[in-house]
Design a protein around this ligand. Structure first.
Ligand SMILES: Nc1ncnc2c1ncn2[C@@H]1O[C@H](COP(=O)(O)OP(=O)(O)O)[C@@H](O)[C@H]1O
Ligand SMILES: [Mg+2]
Length: 257
């Protein structure tokens, strides 16, 4: 399928110019905040083609902001897809070959990989620990949905996690991401099992270890995890998540420490 339909060619024209006519749409991707498509794009002056993902937003400016964050993280060595180009509403990124964490078998090792990625991302966004152990807070990912992370297949021996979605990245407390990550892992279907709990705990523990502040991280993550369950109850219109928020708050010390 060529890309004349869906306004994709028009969207890509400012980024790819004439190359637009050789772009093929491989498939539409399931996206919540944008329209996203997997594309096959010809390289410049080469017969090779390259898989890329285009995200088309309704609101102006969002694609530029996301491209800026990707460029900043990429230049700091944080695993993220390379940016090919952006306009105020369109973002073209390289495709990361792998599976999203939502579709993988979860183990504590996978949870630690996500924590490693998240910590490196926070450091690059400017959040860090001062000498006295206090957190200097500047930036967070803002959406820890497990569909926003890919286990990169290109890294054959030590597959690493790559973050792909920075549409909600904003200034704020990075431990909000850790609390939301805890909620996402613990509630990931089949949720609330001992195996899920083990993964969620491994995630927070590894993040705390990397931040050099495990003792400080736990109580703050509890607060953010409870808040994350409450937010999801509203988004999904699912009051049972409010019950979980209460249960997690009550059981935190005995279950997770
Ligand atoms: N660069 C990429 N590499 C691999 N998969 C991607 C990439 N970008 C997007 N995807 C896939 O498309 C989906 C939607 O992309 P995402 O950036 O999360 O959009 P949204 O902001 O709308 O949530 C992801 O869950 C993932 O499955
Ligand atoms: Mg997403």
């Amino acid at each position: 399928m060529r890309c004349e339909g869906d306004g994709i060619a028009t969207a890509l024209w400012p980024i790819l110019g004439e190359r637009v006519w050789d772009v093929r749409v491989v498939t539409a991707l399931s996206a919540k905040k944008s329209r996203a498509f997997l594309l096959s794009v010809p390289e410049i002056d080469s017969p090779r083609r390259c898989p890329m993902v285009v995200k088309i937003y309704k609101d102006e400016g969002r694609a530029f902001r996301e491209a800026e964050v990707l460029a900043r993280l990429g230049s700091a060595g944080v695993p993220v897809p390379g940016v090919v180009g952006a306009t105020p509403t369109v973002l073209l990124r390289r495709y990361v070959d792998g599976r999203v964490l939502r579709d993988l078998h979860w183990t504590p090792v996978l949870a630690e990989k996500l924590a490693t990625w998240l910590h490196s991302c926070h450091v690059a966004l400017g959040s860090a620990h001062a000498q006295d152990g206090t957190l200097i807070r500047t930036g967070l990912v803002g959406d820890m949905n497990l569909g926003n992370f890919v286990l990169d297949m290109a890294q054959a021996d030590s597959r690493i996690v790559c973050g792909i979605d920075f549409g909600d990245t904003r200034p704020g407390d990075p431990l909000e991401d850790v609390g939301e990550g805890f909620m996402r892992i613990f509630s990931h279907r089949p949720g609330y099992t001992p195996a899920r709990r083990e993964c969620a705990v491994a995630f927070v523990r590894e993040y705390g270890r990397l931040a050099g502040a495990e003792d400080r991280v736990w109580p703050e993550v509890e607060r953010h995890a409870v808040e994350a369950f409450r937010k999801v109850a509203v988004w999904r219109g699912d009051p049972s998540m409010n019950d979980m928020a209460e249960a997690v708050g009550k059981m935190w010390r005995s279950m997770f420490l």
